[in-house]
Ligand binder design. Structure first.
Ligand SMILES: [Zn+2]
Length: 258
């Protein structure tokens, strides 16, 4: 069976538009950190991704190429070292203008306690559902990586986690040794975070469950890689092994070029 990449290769027939380059250079900080080979690869990924995935707007949001290209660039940055089919659980992307308010009964995290009060979220990635993104949050994240939060990296990390059919904070890894190391390091860091010993850099939200831990760690890995490497070296190395990327080195290189 042909992979999605082969099926959508025709998207590469047209050149990457110059106005998209200008847009990404202005709106997505990480775009400017890439070297020429990485940028070329990301341009290919963006075009195939745009052709491959369904896009939907919510709350009458006027969804344009600007939104789609910026979101695609951030989503596909996660794929630079991975096979395109790692996104096979991404069926469609639903873009909201701003924070999404969920209604309905849900668990609070405290055992046995449920609530039906409105619940604001910036994004969501259900197993069979869309990736939900609040555009205002995505836009802010793209220009402020120093804050360490990026709703696009977060939600698409959930989809990578799901690629092996399980939502357990462990994406598909190459072999048993890598899997064992991942489990050892992530379990230790996750438990430390839950016990309030996670240190200042990891968002406590990562302590909700192992899936959230991986999503939160991914945000940090791409947004504040130098700090993460300095404070959480083993966790950084696990993520670098999975993503096949070294964003700390990329950031140092980008700073040196200035
Ligand atoms: Zn999450």
């Amino acid at each position: 069976m042909l992979g999605r990449w082969s099926q959508k290769r025709h998207a590469l027939d047209e050149p990457f538009p110059d106005e998209w380059r200008a847009l990404l250079s202005e709106r997505v900080v990480h775009w400017n950190m890439l070297d020429d080979a990485e940028r070329e690869q990301l341009e290919d990924l963006i075009r195939v991704f745009l052709a491959d995935k369904r896009w939907e707007s919510a709350h009458r949001f006027a969804l344009t190429d600007t939104h789609k290209v910026c979101i695609s660039a951030m989503a596909c940055l996660l794929l630079l070292g991975l096979d395109y089919d790692y996104f096979h659980k991404v069926k469609w992307i639903q873009v909201h203008p701003t924070t999404v308010i969920l209604q309905g009964t849900r668990a609070t995290g405290v055992q046995g306690v449920v609530t039906d009060s409105p619940f604001p979220i910036l994004g969501e990635a259900d197993y069979e559902g869309p990736v939900v993104i609040a555009w205002d949050s995505a836009r802010e994240s793209a220009t402020h990586p120093e804050r360490g939060h990026n709703v696009v990296y977060h939600e698409f990390a959930h989809k990578l986690d799901m690629a092996d059919g399980l939502v357990d904070g462990t994406p598909p890894l190459s072999d048993r040794a890598e899997t064992q190391r991942w489990i050892d390091v992530c379990t230790r860091e996750y438990e430390a975070l839950r016990d309030g010993r996670g240190g200042p850099i990891l968002d406590p939200y990562g302590g909700v469950n192992p899936g959230e831990f991986f999503a939160v760690a991914t945000e940090l890995f791409f947004d504040r890689p130098i700090d993460m490497q300095a404070q959480k070296l083993e966790l950084y190395d696990c993520l670098a092994g999975f993503y096949q990327q070294d964003p700390a080195e990329r950031e140092r290189r980008a700073h040196a070029r200035r």
